[in-house]
Design a protein around this ligand. Structure first.
Ligand code: GRF
Length: 195
């Protein structure tokens, strides 16, 4: 049997997408394993969830590095290489990356974004879509490149925007699709990496 692709999931918060990836990885024919969950702040709730699932949960706190984002990323990169990580899955990682990490992991770093990119990159996607009177929303998994939320799209899922939707209702509907799309897209990506 070929070994599974070793994935590190980066989080900054609750980590519900990370949990979806962890659940998917537990199925026998999944081509990836979650070998590490990494956060940039100790208060990221998902760290405890990962630990409870028996996964190594590591905080590389950004604070001691101050404004030196590249030094922070060099510490992260060292931790990934020590563990033989092959692919990074950003899942609510709320720190813009420098060219150092983006270049080092080019073609092997994925992100999930809660909009139908290229529409609504960056923050506040749901409120902007509602204000604009959109009738459809969704989520996108893409490769990470230098521009924020700009890399090649690997997969998308669509949901309707219903009359009376507020941000909470819409984000809940989209999140449900994120939890389905991310594991599915990451699995396809990891299978393609091997072939
Ligand atoms: C998700 O909506 C994801 O698309 C975005 O940040 C949010 C993270 O949520 N990048 P969670 O931490 O995975 O629950």
């Amino acid at each position: 049997m070929t070994s599974k692709t070793k994935v590190a999931v980066f989080i900054s918060g609750r980590g519900s997408n990370m949990e979806a990836l962890v659940r998917a990885a537990q199925t026998p024919d999944c081509p990836f394993e979650i070998a590490l969950v990494l956060a940039n702040k100790p208060e990221a709730g998902g760290l405890a969830t990962a630990q409870a699932a028996g996964i190594e949960a590591l905080c590389v706190d950004q604070k001691p590095f101050g404004k030196d984002r590249e030094a922070h990323e060099r510490a992260i990169d060292g931790a990934l290489r020590e563990r033989g990580i092959q692919v990074i899955a950003l899942a609510g990682y709320m720190r813009i990356l420098t060219p150092f990490l983006v270049d080092a992991w080019e073609g092997r770093m994925l992100n999930i974004h809660p909009s139908l990119l290229p529409a609504y990159p960056s923050l506040d996607t749901h409120s902007r879509a509602l204000t604009a009177g959109e009738t459809e929303a969704g989520c996108t998994v893409h490769l990470v490149t230098a521009g924020v939320d700009e890399g090649p799209i690997l997969g998308q899922a669509r949901v309707p925007i219903l009359p009376g939707d507020d941000e909470h209702a819409l984000s809940t509907r989209v999140l449900e699709q994120e939890h389905r799309l991310y594991p599915e897209t990451l699995a396809t990506f990891c299978r393609a990496l091997r072939s």
